[in-house]
Structures are given as structure tokens and as C-alpha cells.
Design a protein around this ligand. Structure first.
Ligand code: CA
Length: 503
């Protein structure tokens, strides 16, 4: 079994596969100078003060002091480099055409009556204009589940799309377009089968017209609570409308579809130093297979791409795509700068405990989940794709914000890589969990779906885990299998990205 993992020959650090005590000889002449926790970095050579500390062939930072060979390297020993420049990034110089052939090229999905990507589930989604309606709607949804859903066996679930936006917000601020776009696009998620249903309060800033357009603001689609006399009348209005939508949804059937009808989102959270060598590259391999088969794959998380943006630019198919990538990065740089922080605010205590010293190291691992395909389009947060292939959607990295953004972009499911472990999930689309270490799978055997840990121990290759994941993605998309988060209904609150002021 391997004791440490060095990624590139030029790296002067490696991560240890298991925790190693002080005095362990990893190689002839390479003896650990202290205890080193699992996944943390060991200096392979003497590193002078101010010299580059290199992993992934990339400078993670500069040594604050002399680091002797065998030392444990942690976040306190590095100075963060400046992020790569955004002007005139070379594009189109790393366009890969020999992607891995997928073993399966069709899946069973729900064709979307509104066009676009197909659904992976058949769900009644009830939209809300404002948080104020949540209490009433939650009671109604509980009743719909108990009283109505059993009568419509072809419908998988009913989901209240509750959120914190809608009122008490600067709705005319320029950046309000981000949350408004997200909520508008969520109404048309492919899993909802084109059935619009909105619960509104009646006095909110985000009007029904703004949410679904005046053409859809009809008594068949919208319940306005302030127009009903008393609680029970509000309930009856919601239940009656829900039943009319359930009747239509119950007629939906899965059919064989090409991979070009599938949109898969990629995200990671609670990453560790293994994420970039096991889980994320395996997901990247599955992503390459999906793209080769005609599917669309979306990856996101701006602060985790920023330090590797030049590597993404190289894969952009045109100057236009590269320019949009740079524009999204600039917007985010300013967003952080206005709040007097930078990308270094990203790593969490858990990331650091897992061996990630800083955002450069985290980013190098994070972008591995995009695979190696050309980037055909770059989207602003919650925009809908217009192309097929690998797409970069600029969203925050926060799991519970990235998720709803990708959902608004129309993902049929999300693949989520984790090192430290998180039970995160989405109500409107399945979330598949891939962990980076075997210990994580042993700890949470019934939350983690697939372990990429065998890549770290040398028992499986990235390609083997990647193909296993690819097959699982298609089984979940087709409704043949359910990931654990879906079985247990582990669903997070829909945290809509709102860069505009709250009033
Ligand atoms: Ca994340």
C-alpha cells in the first residue's frame, strides 16, 4: 500500500495516505520530523525560506521559513501567492478531443414539455414569491403528501420551493437580477414537468408577474393568500390547485432518451487533501464520459476556480467564452473586495484539518472535477445553458448556495464530492455523494454512495471509480437507483444567492 502521494514529479511536497508518527522512514533518507496527520503534506526536499511550495505542479505558496525535508507542512508555513491575472488569458490551447467513450449512451428520463433538458424525477414544485407564505405552505404540503399524493402514484414528490427572498429587499438594485433570475428559472426546472404553481402573499416586492410572467399569472397557477378568508380557505385553495397539477403530472412517463437530454451538476464540499487526487478526478473522468456521450456537465464555485482560472481558460473554445470567464471572475473579485475580504476567506477549519493549507491547494483539487473536456459556455449564476458539453456556471462555492444556483440552471442531478463529509441534499433533484477516503465511507456507509478512497490506497484507478460513478449517475437519472440523500430525504434550505442589499 502506498504511504504517500506525490502528484507531479516537480512537486516538493506529497500527502501521507495514513497518519504517520515522527521518525517514520517514508523513503530512504526521507524521515518524518514530527507526527503528520492523514492527508497532510510532508516536505520531500529541503525548502529554503521564500521558495515555492509545489503540489499539482503549482505553487501553493511561499515558505515563510526554511522547511527541512520530512517536515509537516501546514497553513501557518505558507504565504499565499497573488491570483493569476485575468487579462488576455490564452484560450483554446488545451482542447482535448480523445475523451473516454461512455459504456452506455441512453437513459430513461421525463421529456420536458417546455423543451430543453429532460427531468430525472416527476415532482410537483410549488413556487413561492416570498418567505412569508412558508408556514401555510409547509402545512399544506404535509397534507398534499398524506391526502393527495397516494392517489397519483406516478408523481414522486411534492416540494415547496421556500426561500428567503421576495420582500424586504432592494428589488431594483442592479444585482437583484441574480436572485430574481434564480427564482424565475427554478419555476421551470425540468423535474416539474412544465406545471407552474405559485403561492403568493399579495403585498410582496417580488410580484407574481416578475416571477412567472404576466402570461402565467392566472387563477389556474397562482394562489394569493391575502385573497382568501381564513386559514382553512387558504388550505383548500392550495390543495385544490395541487390536485389539478398532480393529475397532469401523473400522466408523465419515462422514455429512453439520448445523453444529450441530460444535464449533470458537479459540486464539492467539505474537501480534504485527498479530494483532488481521488474523488474529484474520478468525477472528472465520469464528466468526460458524459460529455463524450453528448451530455452537458456543469461545474461552478468561483473562489475554487480563481487560482486555476488560467487552466480553465486554456480549455475555453473561443475568445467569447474566455472573456465571459474573466468577466465572472472580475465580478467576484470585486464582490469580495467590497466586503474587504479575498478568496483566502474560502477554506474552512475542516478543510485545513483535512490537510488543505490554503485556497490555491483547495482550488487545484476542486477544478479536477471538471475533467478535461473543452469549456463550451460560461454562465452567470443561475443562468440557463444554451450549449451542450462542459459548462462553467459562476456561483459561490458555499454548498447550500451553489446547489440552488445549479438547480436554477436546470441540473437533473448533482454529483457531490466530499472529504470531511456532509449530509447536504436538494429536494428537487437527487444528489449523489462521492467521498475521497475509505474512512469517510466507513463512518457514513449510509450517506456516502461511492468511495473514491481505493484510488488513494492503490486498489482502484481513477478510471475504474469514474466509470462506476458514470453508471451510477445514469441509474439515478433513470430512477433505477436512489442515492442515500434521496432515500432519507436529506434536504437543505434553498439559499438563493443575493448579492444585492436587504432593506
Ligand atoms: Ca461547495
Amino acid at each position: 500500500m502506498r504511504t504517500y502521494i506525490q502528484i507531479k514529479p516537480e512537486d516538493n511536497v506529497a500527502i501521507v495516505v495514513q497518519a504517520v508518527p515522527k521518525g517514520t522512514e517514508l523513503l530512504p533518507g526521507l524521515v518524518t520530523l514530527s507526527d503528520i496527520p492523514q492527508g497532510h503534506k510532508v516536505a520531500l526536499h529541503d525548502i529554503p525560506k521564500d521558495a515555492d511550495v509545489v503540489r499539482y505542479g503549482v505553487t501553493l505558496g511561499y515558505a515563510l521559513d526554511y522547511i527541512p525535508r520530512g517536515s509537516w507542512i501546514n497553513e501557518f508555513m505558507l504565504r499565499l501567492p497573488t491570483p493569476p491575472g485575468l487579462d488576455d488569458m490564452p484560450y483554446g490551447i488545451n482542447i482535448r478531443t480523445d475523451l473516454p467513450e461512455p459504456p452506455v449512451k441512453t437513459w430513461m428520463g421525463y421529456r420536458n414539455p417546455e423543451g430543453g433538458y429532460a427531468g430525472t424525477r416527476n415532482i410537483l414544485g410549488i413556487q413561492t414569491t416570498v418567505q412569508c407564505v412558508q408556514g401555510v405552505l409547509d402545512v399544506a404540503v404535509d397534507r398534499i403528501r398524506r391526502e393527495l399524493l397516494p392517489k397519483y402514484p406516478n408523481v414522486d414528490d411534492v416540494v415547496a420551493m421556500n426561500h428567503a427572498y421576495g420582500c424586504g429587499v432592494a428589488i431594483n438594485a442592479p444585482e437583484a437580477k441574480v436572485p430574481i433570475r434564480a427564482l424565475r428559472n427554478l419555476c421551470h426546472h425540468p423535474n416539474f414537468g412544465g406545471q407552474l404553481m405559485v403561492v403568493s402573499l399579495g403585498c410582496e416586492k417580488l410580484t407574481v408577474d416578475m416571477l412567472v410572467g404576466p402570461e402565467n399569472n392566472t387563477p389556474e397557477n397562482v394562489v394569493v393568500l391575502q385573497e382568501h378568508k381564513g386559514f382553512e380557505a387558504c388550505m383548500q385553495a392550495i390543495l385544490t390547485m395541487a390536485e389539478s397539477k398532480l393529475k397532469v403530472l401523473n400522466e408523465r412517463r419515462r422514455e429512453p432518451l439520448p445523453l444529450s437530454d441530460l444535464l449533470v451538476g458537479m459540486q464539492c464540499g467539505g474537501s480534504d487533501a485527498f479530494s483532488g487526487v481521488t474523488a474529484n478526478p474520478s468525477a472528472g473522468y465520469a464528466a468526460d464520459m458524459l460529455v463524450k456521450g453528448g451530455a452537458t456537465v456543469m461545474f461552478s464555485e468561483v473562489t475554487e476556480v480563481r487560482d486555476g482560472v488560467h487552466l480553465i481558460a486554456e480549455r475555453c473554445v473561443s475568445a467569447e467564452v474566455r472573456d465571459k470567464l474573466a468577466a465572472e471572475m472580475r465580478w467576484y473579485d470585486k464582490y469580495l473586495e467590497d466586503a474587504q475580504v479575498d478568496r483566502s476567506a474560502n477554506p474552512t477549519p475542516g478543510n485545513k484539518k483535512g490537510g488543505l493549507s490554503n485556497i490555491v491547494e483547495k482550488a487545484m483539487g476542486s477544478i479536477a472535477k471538471s475533467g478535461t473536456s473543452p469549456v463550451v459556455e460560461v454562465l452567470s449564476p443561475a443562468e440557463r445553458p444554451t450549449k451542450h458539453g462542459l459548462i462553467y456556471a459562476a456561483t459561490p462555492a458555499s454548498d447550500i448556495v451553489c446547489g440552488p444556483c445549479q438547480l436554477a440552471s436546470g441540473i437533473g442531478l448533482q454529483v457531490f464530492m466530499t472529504g470531511r463529509g456532509t449530509p447536504y441534499g436538494l429536494a428537487a433533484a437527487p444528489v449523489i455523494k462521492v467521498c475521497s477516503r475509505n474512512e469517510m465511507k466507513e463512518q457514513w456507509p449510509d450517506i456516502i454512495d461511492i468511495s473514491a478512497g481505493p484510488v488513494a490506497t492503490g486498489e482502484m484507478t481513477i478510471e475504474e471509480v469514474g466509470e462506476t460513478l458514470f453508471r451510477f449517475i445514469l441509474d439515478v437519472a433513470s430512477g433505477v437507483k436512489q442515492p442515500w440523500t434521496e432515500k432519507y430525504k436529506l434536504h437543505n434550505y434553498l439559499c438563493i444567492f443575493n448579492p444585492a442589499p436587504i432593506t
